[in-house]
Design a protein around this ligand. Sequence first.
Ligand code: PXP
Length: 248
Amino acid sequence: MDKLRLGVNIDHVATVRNARGGNVPDPVRAALIAQDAGADGITAHLREDRRHIIDSDIDGLMEALRVPLNFEMAATDEMQAIALRHKPHAVCLVPEKREERTTEGGLDVVANDNALAAFIEPLRGAGARVSMFVAADKAQLDASARIGAPVVELHAGAYADAWAEGDWATRDDELAKITDMVAYGASIGLEVHVGHGLTYDSVGPIAALPQVAELNIGHFIIGEAIFRGLGPAIAEMRRCMDEARNGG
Ligand code: PXP
């Protein structure tokens, strides 16, 4: 089984910085600590409203990182131009609404397949691994494969919320959907990632799915870093993932 990669999302280091303005805490410094603590990649979402990550963070990450950057963005012309200028290792397309607190749903690749096919072509031409952040839904996976996206990231939000609420029936239903769609995605040739809302408790059943190539985890790790420090918070996530992958 291939090693499961951990992408650490550092958006919320920028959230704390922006709460006061100024330069601290620095997301690039956090990314370098994450890299040293065993992150296989760094994920950052440059939102249209720049509420957390800002353009200069992306400049700094591209300059400083040794591990790959997964650049999350909405499918807009502005973001496409930024991605083409930086040529990050990976680009993850996410839906974006100004009024949401976080990325609430998956991208509708089915309804926008022609536009997205044209949108990702130059990104792929620039060498980026393009992924679609979608619900664990067969039609969305089929559409992603059809437009030539090599990677999908399945939205784990409903699964994670059910964990947080102690709603075990919903958790098990959501896990069953993710389990089926991870296997289905791999069977049609997609590389499958999973992300959103994962914690030390909820990561195990997802990490145990053999076809999952990468997990992207941010908010929980950054929160846990307040108590343990960032390096130890990441090391514990890595331990939880490895334990689950190796059969507990
Ligand atoms: N993956 C994607 C595509 C996301 O949009 C997010 C949230 O920005 C994450 C992973 C990480 O989610 P969380 O911060 O809840 O761990």
